[in-house]
Structure formats: structure tokens, C-alpha cells
Design a protein around this ligand. Structure first.
Ligand code: NAD
Length: 258
């Protein structure tokens, strides 16, 4: 079998959190195009249903839309129950849902801090834990978490301490789970994207005025596109990455190199 065939995900089932839009939707599209059946998990059920329907129509994949708040353990349990009821197994998890708040540290309330850490770090833990439990029972699987280049650098001028700290936590969580589960064939990796044009960045009133500034210093002089994260996630999801676990892939157009 050639490398392109080996990269395919035929027969695999996946879930993607934050799958209704942005990076999650793009990676869910790639999983479907590569042959997987994909559950689109999001707090926004309407949009998740639209994405799931469009992917089923466009790729022929058996999709499922699931409403879940990744910060709520009961929602995450219900999410896994619906996925197993539909597919009977889980091979790939993309734990990707995240939010960002740009608030100076000295002005941030406890609730504002908690909301970011809850979604970005606890939400990744809860969904990766649920996926891992099932994959350990099955004898294997691949988990991909979304960190950020903000786990590596403190980019200015926007104040994002809760975001930066939560994303740094995702990397160390990824490595910890990878080590705990490696011998049982459950792999855990993460991606650290740079600035990507999605609603998170393009719809944020605090970030939009900064885009020209970022592009001026970015080595490629542009933001990334969600589809530029697809191939790495398909690779990590599939069996050709069997020796890749505990890794963090920085895909930022060299932004963190400057
Ligand atoms: P987005 O805002 O376009 O999409 C995020 C999705 O997550 C939305 O559909 C939203 O409804 C869902 N979501 C939010 N909170 C949720 C919750 N509690 N439970 C379930 N779903 C929830 O964002 P995006 O740009 O696609 O970002 C996806 C991930 O990539 C995030 O973790 C983000 O931090 C990370 N990231 C984004 C960029 C970027 O520049 N866009 C860069 C680095 C990392």
C-alpha cells in the first residue's frame, strides 16, 4: 500500500469538538474526505447540524451532530453515549473547542479567567479523557488536541493571559496523556496553530484591528487558513503516524521563530 492510501481514514470514526465552524469544521471536512465517519460536537447545535448535513451531502460520510458543552462532564458523557450508539466505536478524537478573551490581567474577574480555562484546558481534558477511556477499552486510538502558538510565545499587544496559560496547559496535558497511554496504543498529540482566519479572530472586535500589525511582522505576511491545518490532522489521525505521540506541531508560518 502506498503512502497516500496509508493516510486514508476509511472505516474510522471520529469526533471533532468545536466542529461546527472554523478550524474544527475544516478538520472534520478533511476527516470525512479521507473516509472517516465524523461526529460534529459543538455547544451550538444549529450550526453543528448544518455542518454535519453539509459534510454528509458533500462527502457521503455518516455524520452526526451532537450538542455538548465540553466544560460539562454530564454533556461529555452524553456525547460519548450518542457517538457509541451511532458508530459503536471511536478511533479519532479532535479536542479542539476553544475561546479567547482579551482582557488585561489586572481587570480580569475570576469568572472571566475560569471561563477560558474551563473551555480551553478542562474541556480538552474531559473530552480527551472520555475518548481515551473508550480507546483503551478498544485497544487503540488517536487523540489530537488544539493548543496554540500562544502556548509558546506571549504575542503583543493583546492581553491574553488566561488564553496563553490555558494553551500551555494543553501541551503538557497532551504529553502527560501520551506517556500514560502509549503502551496501550492510545496516541495523544497536539497542534499549535498561529493566527488562522476564523470567526475567533476575524469576528473579534479586539483582534481585528491588530490583523494588519500581525501580518506586517509575520514572516509570510498573512494569516493561515483553516484548510492549512487539515493535512497534519489527517496524518495524526491515521495509522501512518503510529510512532508519533506526545508531539506538539507548531503551524504558524514561522511566527514563533521571530
Ligand atoms: P471558532 O470560534 O471559529 O470556533 C470555535 C467553535 O467552538 C465554535 O463553533 C464554538 O461554538 C465552539 N465552542 C466554544 N465553546 C464551546 C464549548 N464550551 N463546548 C463546545 N463547543 C464550544 O474558533 P477557531 O478559530 O476555529 O478555534 C478553534 C480552536 O483553535 C480553539 O481551541 C482556538 O483556541 C484554537 N486556535 C485558534 C487560532 C486562530 O487564530 N483562529 C489560533 C490558534 C489556536
Amino acid at each position: 500500500m502506498g503512502i497516500i492510501e496509508k493516510l486514508r481514514l476509511d472505516g474510522k470514526t471520529a469526533f471533532v469538538t468545536g466542529g461546527a465552524r472554523g478550524i474544527g469544521k475544516s478538520v472534520a471536512t478533511a476527516f470525512c474526505e479521507a473516509g472517516a465517519d465524523v461526529a460534529i460536537v459543538d455547544i451550538d447545535l444549529d450550526e453543528a447540524e448544518k455542518t454535519a448535513a453539509a459534510l454528509a451531502a458533500g462527502t457521503g460520510a455518516r455524520t452526526l451532530a451532537v450538542r455538548a458543552d465540553v466544560t460539562d462532564p454530564a454533556d461529555v458523557d452524553a456525547m460519548m453515549a450518542s457517538i457509541l450508539a451511532r458508530y459503536g466505536k471511536l478511533d479519532v478524537a479532535f479536542c479542539n473547542a476553544g475561546i479567547c478573551r482579551n482582557i488585561p490581567a489586572e481587570e480580569m474577574s475570576y469568572e472571566q479567567w475560569r471561563s477560558v480555562v474551563d473551555v480551553n484546558l478542562t474541556g480538552v481534558f474531559l473530552t480527551a479523557q472520555a475518548a481515551g477511556r473508550q480507546m483503551l477499552r478498544q485497544g487503540g486510538g488517536s487523540i489530537i488536541n488544539t493548543a496554540s502558538m500562544s502556548a509558546h510565545i506571549v504575542n503583543v499587544p493583546q492581553p491574553q493571559c488566561s488564553y496563553n496559560a490555558s494553551k500551555a496547559g494543553v501541551i503538557q496535558l497532551t504529553k502527560s496523556l501520551a506517556v500514560e497511554w502509549a503502551a496501550r496504543n492510545v496516541r495523544v498529540n497536539c497542534i499549535s496553530p498561529g493566527y488562522i482566519g476564523t470567526e475567533l479572530t476575524l469576528n473579534s472586535p479586539t483582534l481585528v484591528p491588530l490583523i494588519e500589525q500581525w501580518n506586517a511582522v509575520a514572516p509570510l505576511h498573512r494569516m493561515g487558513k483553516p484548510e492549512e491545518l487539515q493535512a497534519i490532522c489527517v496524518y495524526l489521525a491515521g495509522d501512518s503516524s503510529a510512532f508519533t505521540t506526545g508531539a506538539d506541531f507548531v503551524i504558524d508560518g514561522a511566527f514563533t521563530c521571530i
